[in-house]
Write a protein that binds this ligand. Structure first.
Ligand code: KG4
Ligand code: ZN
Length: 334
């Protein structure tokens, strides 16, 4: 090949319109446009998300090509999120990717959103060796995944109700924070006492999780307190609920690591941006003698760099999809 293998990644599964360029395995641009329109509704409105992707897709892709200082004619392939995600948003990304690939006469690579979150661990050095366990925690998923190879992943356990990010966001809503409030719990918990209040952790069989009970416990706690009390104790409340959520995640991860004999552990997904989770995992790793991998913040929450790196690993396998490829709102990883 005369010039570096250059791939454009496009992400549009939920409320981030994102594009990134990867050149010979190095991310050379990463542009994310977060849709703020959903804040006033307290959650993502699928039709508004699709319309916002429609508006922002071309400017975001143009910005990614400019930041990478390449012409679109230099692209060898286009990777796009094929699922899982919201149907309308996925369709906007896939139709745009197909049109661009068709006009340039280059192949299309369908990317699984959760595989992409996991493979975000391969963007920077050092990269994990296979096999490893990945705790994948986002707004839609909470899974412990046994990663045997780039595209061979097995879900060992997952949430039976809310995802961890969803629990963070719903708890943040009860605290009166704007959507998505997960990062605000993290911010307001700084300096708070994680032992100030106790909330009951839910224990599930095997490697599964459940977050609906703790959400209800938190609702009852809020209803039993005055607004003045909540305001005066905001840091302690946020630190305490965050500590329970993180403990639930790490207890299950420890159990899965012990049962599977894995010592290489990775984090992925939007909740992996949580500073307490990152810090607690580092402490746990020392105790358990784990080698851990945590993507840079920008590669935890939804982004297209993770789509681009996934497409980069798929390209040599020639696993291309045709122009009639469908989007999959539900898309099992296995
Ligand atoms: O991976 P992601 O960007 O989108 C999905 O694929 O769902 O994850 C978004 C989730 C949201 O629930 C958001 O509140 C949560 O990640 N999140 C955080 C933090 N940053 C993002 N949760 C806790 N602490 C954070 N710092
Ligand atoms: Zn995601």
């Amino acid at each position: 090949m005369s010039h570096p293998l250059t791939i454009l990644g496009i992400e549009s599964s939920c409320d981030e319109t994102a594009a990134a360029v990867i050149c010979d395995g190095k991310i050379v641009s990463n542009v994310v446009m977060s849709q703020l329109i959903h804040q006033k509704y307290g959650g993502v409105v699928p039709e508004l998300a699709a319309r916002a992707h429609e508006t922002h897709m071309i400017p975001v892709v143009t910005a990614a090509l400019q930041e990478a200082a390449i012409e679109k004619t230099a692209l060898h392939a286009i990777g796009f999120t094929q699922g899982p995600g919201l149907l309308g948003p996925l369709l906007v990304g896939s139709c745009f990717a197909k049109a661009l690939a068709c006009s340039l006469g280059i192949p299309l690579i369908g990317v699984h959103h959760i595989q992409a979150h996991v493979l975000a661990n391969f963007i920077d050095e050092p990269k994990p060796n296979f096999p490893f366990l990945c705790l994948t925690v986002s707004g839609g998923h909470t899974q412990i995944i046994l990663v045997k190879d780039y595209f061979s992943m097995e879900v060992l356990g997952e949430t039976q109700d809310d995802a961890a990010g969803e629990a963070f966001d719903k708890i943040a809503h009860l605290m009166g924070f704007s959507y998505p409030g997960g990062a605000l719990i993290d911010r307001y918990a700084q300096g708070g006492n994680p032992q100030a209040f106790t909330f009951p952790a839910t224990h599930m069989a095997g490697f599964d999780f459940s977050f609906s009970g703790i959400k209800t416990a938190f609702l009852l706690f809020i209803q039993s307190k005055t607004p003045e009390f909540i305001k005066a104790n905001r840091a302690d409340i946020c630190a305490s609920i965050q500590a329970v959520l993180v403990r639930m995640l790490l207890d299950k991860l420890t159990k899965a690591a012990q049962k599977s004999g894995m010592h290489t552990i990775a984090l992925a997904g939007g909740v992996a941006a949580n500073s307490y989770l990152r810090q607690q995992l580092k402490q746990l790793a020392e105790k358990q003698h784990w080698t851990i991998f945590i993507p840079a913040m920008a590669y935890c929450t939804d982004n297209a760099a993770m789509v681009a790196i996934t497409a980069y690993y798929k390209y040599p396998l020639k696993e291309f999809v045709g122009l009639a490829a469908k989007s999959f709102p539900r898309y099992p990883i296995g």
